[in-house]
Design a protein around this ligand. Structure first.
Ligand code: MN
Length: 209
């Protein structure tokens, strides 16, 4: 369990880290929440990681409705925000803070388009195959609401969820380009804000027959 290159921020990114992250071409992003139901289950933690592997975990307070530095980063047009299952996290940011995250790269969508030889598109599987690292997901279902008292195991888990995303993105991008699916992938990423709008209004699937 390594917590190198890792810091915790209270409520928002500090100015120095914002300046650092604004230099990046891409930033990996993940969130931890009280559960999977948007609107019921609040946002607890936001994890960020740059190409050098510098991880920040931002503790979000109950009832908090803004995070101006995080907003500047997530809305910066020249920095790609890399998620695994972006639809969930982007909805959290819009619902909690009114943030319009862009531009987006989703490793789950990229994996589904590129890795058609498997039906395993979970982060653990992706990181194992592409980065040769075994993720410990044992803290996935735990109480993230007690922000000041997160355990070293929880913090390590939270950091690892963003630490490998940039490398995974590079490998999936190469596969998508090789297979002629890069443009389709970008079109899918551009649709994510529409899916978020539908999710916030609780529509099931308006594209089905
Ligand atoms: Mn996570």
């Amino acid at each position: 369990m390594s917590l190198d290159n890792f810091q915790i921020c209270d409520r928002d990114l500090d100015d120095d880290t914002l300046t650092r992250y604004l230099q990046a071409e891409a930033i990996a992003v993940d969130t931890e929440t009280m559960g999977l139901v948007l609107g019921r289950d609040r946002l607890c933690l936001v994890q960020l990681c740059d190409l050098q592997g510098y991880v920040t975990a931002i503790q979000i307070n109950k009832g908090q409705t803004e995070a101006p530095n995080l907003q500047k980063l997530l809305e910066a047009e020249n920095i790609t925000k890399v998620f695994h299952f972006a639809r969930f996290d982007v909805a959290q940011f819009r619902y909690t803070f009114g943030i319009e995250t862009k531009p987006i790269f989703c490793t789950k969508i990229a994996s589904k388009l590129a890795r058609t030889y498997t039906s395993n598109h979970g982060l653990k599987n992706l990181v194992m195959e592409l980065e040769r690292v075994e993720l410990d997901k044992s803290s996935q279902s735990s109480d993230w609401g007690n922000a000041e008292n997160l355990s070293p195991q929880q913090l390590s888990y939270a950091a690892n969820d963003v630490r490998y995303l940039i490398g995974v993105r590079a490998k999936l991008t190469a596969m998508l380009k090789r297979e002629g699916r890069w443009e389709l992938a970008q079109q899918c990423f551009d649709c994510i804000p529409v899916f978020v709008s539908l999710d916030i209004l609780s529509y099931e699937n308006v594209f089905e027959h």
